[in-house]
Design a binder for this molecule. Structure first.
Ligand code: SF4
Length: 368
C-alpha cells in the first residue's frame, strides 16, 4: 500500500531515524501552523532523507484527511506571451528579443474553455505576461463571457500586478481566484531577481489587495532561484504563514537559456518536495499544485509532489501551435493533445492511488 494511503494513522514507524530536533520542529509546525525564521532555517539547512520522509508522510496524511485521494485538475490557458516586465529568470521577459509573441483573441480563449469543459475541467486558469493590450475592460469582458458560458466553473487569473480597482472589477465580473507568486519575501533578493521599478513592496501590496477583495489568493516562489539562501526560504515560509493564502505555487527554479540566469543550475527537486510537505503541514487546507516544473525537473516529479502533500495539477489547454512561444524555462513541455495529456495524468495518478476529479476544487475556506 502506498504510504499516502495510511491516512488517519499516526506515523510512528517513519519517525525512525529522523533527527529528533527536526521531528520536534515538524510536529510543532503541524500543531501551530507557523515557526520562527530561525527554526525554519534549522529545518531547511540539511534535511536528511529520514527528515524528508517524515515530513512527506505526515503531509500526505493531512492532504488525505482534507481531500481524500482526490486531485483537482486545472486547465491553463496561456493567452498572451507579451510582457512589459523583465524578470531576470523568465523566458518571455521583455528583453528576450528571440521570444515569439502572440495573443489569443477572446473567442480563442473561449474555445480553449469549451475544449477543457468537454474534457472535465472545471477551473480555467487564464495566464499571461503583463500585457497592456489586455486592459481592465478587455479582461473584465472575457471574465464575464466565461462566467456566463460556464456558471459551474471557477475562473482563475494569473496576469500579474494591476491596480486595486482593476482587481475589484475582475472579481465583480466573476473571477474567483488570482495567482501571483511573491517570488521571494526578501526585498534584497527580490531586487536581484528583477529589474529597477519592480519591488517586493508592490508585489505584497497586490497580494493583500487580492485577499481583502475576496479572491482565493495564491502566492508562491521558486526553490533554488539564483542568490537564494536558506534564510530567504525561511522568510518565504514565514510570509506564507502570515498571509495564509488559499493557494501556494512552488516549483524548482529552471533556467531559460535566453535570460541572464541561463547558466545557473536548476533548483533541487528533493528540497522542493520537502518544502511542499512543510507548506501542507503549515496550511492544511491549502490548494497546492504539483507544478509542471517539478515534472520537468525529474521524471515522476509531479507524482512525487502529490505524494509529498500537493493536491492540484495544472494542464495546458492553450492551442498547441502557441505553446512553444510561452517558454518560461527550458524544456517546458509544449506538445501533445489535451485529451491525451489529461488521460496520461489521470492514469499516472491512478497508479499511485489518486483520482483526478471533475470538480471546481475550491479552497475549503478554513484558514486557521
Ligand atoms: S515572470 Fe511574469 S511578469 Fe516577469 S517577465 Fe515573465 S511573464 Fe513577465
Amino acid at each position: 500500500m502506498p504510504l499516502h494511503l495510511i491516512s488517519e494513522a499516526p506515523v510512528p514507524d517513519v519517525a525512525a531515524g529522523v533527527n529528533p530536533g527536526s521531528k520536534q520542529l515538524i510536529d510543532r509546525l503541524s500543531a501551530d501552523g507557523r515557526l520562527p525564521v530561525g527554526d525554519f532555517e534549522t529545518l531547511l539547512s540539511s534535511p536528511s532523507d529520514e527528515d524528508r520522509a517524515y515530513a512527506r508522510d505526515r503531509a500526505a496524511a493531512v492532504a488525505q484527511r482534507q481531500f481524500g485521494n482526490r486531485v483537482f485538475v486545472r486547465g491553463l490557458i496561456e493567452f498572451s506571451s507579451h510582457c512589459r516586465k523583465d524578470c531576470l529568470y523568465c523566458g518571455i521577459r521583455r528583453s528576450n528579443r528571440d521570444a515569439e509573441r502572440y495573443r489569443l483573441s477572446p473567442d480563442e480563449i473561449l474555445a480553449c474553455c469549451a475544449e477543457g469543459y468537454r474534457l472535465g475541467y472545471r477551473t480555467f486558469v487564464l495566464q499571461s505576461g503583463e500585457d497592456g493590450w489586455f486592459t481592465t475592460e478587455v479582461v473584465t469582458d472575457i471574465v464575464r463571457r466565461i462566467r456566463a458560458a460556464y456558471p459551474d466553473c471557477a475562473i482563475t487569473l494569473s496576469i500579474g500586478e494591476r491596480s486595486t480597482a482593476a482587481y475589484q472589477q475582475f472579481f465583480d465580473a466573476g473571477a474567483d481566484r488570482f495567482l501571483l507568486r511573491h517570488e521571494t519575501a526578501d526585498s534584497e533578493h527580490y531586487a536581484r531577481l528583477h529589474t529597477a521599478g519592480q519591488t517586493l513592496e508592490s508585489r505584497l501590496a497586490c497580494l493583500s489587495d487580492l485577499k481583502r477583495i475576496g479572491f482565493q489568493t495564491g502566492a508562491g516562489f521558486m526553490v533554488g532561484s539564483p542568490f537564494q539562501t536558506v534564510h530567504h526560504l525561511a522568510k518565504d515560509l514565514v510570509y506564507l504563514s502570515e498571509l495564509r493564502p488559499h493557494m501556494v505555487g512552488i516549483g524548482p527554479f529552471l533556467p531559460h537559456h535566453r535570460t541572464p540566469f541561463g547558466d545557473q543550475p536548476a533548483g533541487s527537486v528533493d528540497l522542493t518536495l520537502f518544502i511542499l510537505s512543510l507548506v501542507r503541514l503549515m496550511l492544511p487546507t491549502v490548494l497546492l499544485p504539483a507544478t509542471t516544473a517539478l515534472g520537468v525537473a525529474r521524471t515522476g516529479g509531479r507524482e512525487a509532489g502529490i505524494q509529498a502533500g500537493a493536491n492540484v495539477v495544472m494542464l495546458n489547454l492553450s492551442p498547441s501551435e502557441q505553446r512553444p512561444k510561452y517558454l518560461l524555462y527550458d524544456n517546458k513541455p509544449v506538445s501533445g493533445e489535451v485529451f491525451e495529456m489529461t488521460d496520461a495524468v489521470r492514469r499516472s495518478l491512478a497508479r499511485i492511488g489518486y483520482d483526478v476529479v471533475v470538480d471546481r476544487g475550491d479552497h475549503p475556506k478554513e484558514i486557521r
